[in-house]
Design a protein around this ligand. Sequence first.
Ligand code: AMP
Length: 506
Amino acid sequence: MTNTLYDALLKPHVENDKPLLVLTDGSKISYTKAIERAHRIANVLIANGVAPGDRVAAQVEKSPEALFLYFACVAAGAVFLPLNSAYTASELSYFIEDASPSLVVVDPAKIEALAPTAARAGAKLETLASDGSGSLAEKAETASADFDPVPREPGDLAAILYTSGTTGRSKGAMLSHDNLLSNARTLTEYWQFTGDDVLLHALPIYHTHGLFVATNIILGVGATMIFHAKFDAKEVIKSLPGATSMMGVPTFYVRLLKEEALQRELVSHFRLFISGSAPLLAETHIDFETRTGHRILERYGMTETNMNTSNPFDGERRAGTVGFPLPDVALRIVDAETGREVEPGKVGVIEVKGPNVFQGYWQMPEKTKEEFRADGFFITGDLATQDTDGYVTIVGRAKDLVISGGFNVYPKEIEGVIDEMPGVVESAVFGVPHEDFGEAVVAAVVARDAANLQEAEMIQILKKDMAVFKVPKKIIFLGELPRNTMGKVQKNVLRESYNGLFQGIS
Ligand code: AMP
């Protein structure tokens, strides 16, 4: 009897005294201990009636126990459904109703608010607090440490991850055991991870980056993670000397660069810094290299596809690009209308196919069909170019494309020029309704010192550089750009906030 993920990632470590986790207080949890805890939790899942293929939804703070709940779901043949810890009780109700899990694990503080929804959905409830206490942990304490993994085939579901849902309803991406394992194996080789690695883990574990990319790679090679409950630049700095590698979102690197203590000597022993989940500014890439001597390796992926492209481990890590398609990923860039591949260097939509690509959206067969081509390629919705030498550069999401006066405006092109202006920290270009143009281009700019930047002057400079239809009709100065927890700029929030900017003006 086999269980694809369990056999590859957990079974080899049942008797492995090496630390899987090192916590920030210095305490360690060995592989053996982690798997024993996972087995106990798996027994609690079964006692709650969780059958193979049942969903187990979890909205809990990051903790070792929360990670072991993922392992337990793998062992028990359940479908793990982690939820962003920022969701409110009413948002959670949507996910519970949509996914109809047989068990919901929540922070003790949320239990009262969620009890009626769980009851309606016929789901049992358990609690798990950030300190590892709660009914799930209590029951696990007295449950057996022996557990026979439930058989699971490569194509069986291991997880459902809801997309952040910036347009319309959030969709549940169904990921199979093989989707996760194949990608972890490809990345392990591509990034040359070994059992000697110590990964600094400060990402959330409800998202593919921290949960699957980081954790599955580390389990696969039997390495160690320094496990931070959240990203705190000063705490991370303290852990850098003991680590060999780190995976982060761009904001991690921006924040680390603000710390004086980030110096070359602190990380001279480091093997690899990886960035993904949102665009890393070329400027951050260069500043980080100047300060530390390390070139950040940027990669690109999404919840639905795991990782698709990466800059090389050996070879040129090109700032502003997301590198090459991974070895087992077929990638093409096509014209959104015709579906035909575009010439190198021309903008089109990224489509991918490979063992990494998900099984479809949970209970949305129509939506799933819309997002796949007849030949099995998944339409990512990301706009990009690919050079003749293979490097892929993302220029934005298709839904963020602004169409002004019938012309396509790619926000990244304008953001690039604005970001080059002295005194600009960063910018976000988006479209808002406009009577004449359909949409008007607007730029939100974060300035080092807003008093030194004049909207009119900036517009003058832009007019010299680009066609007038691309030049923002309005520049808004903000203290910071709205971002979600993965560091992505929320253009939908900007669009909503400034939706009425040109109302009544033509
Ligand atoms: P998520 O499903 O939350 O991981 O979001 C996936 C989306 O994040 C992708 O479709 C891209 O739009 C964006 N993304 C991920 N990695 C990168 C990257 N390195 N550069 C630019 N955008 C990225």
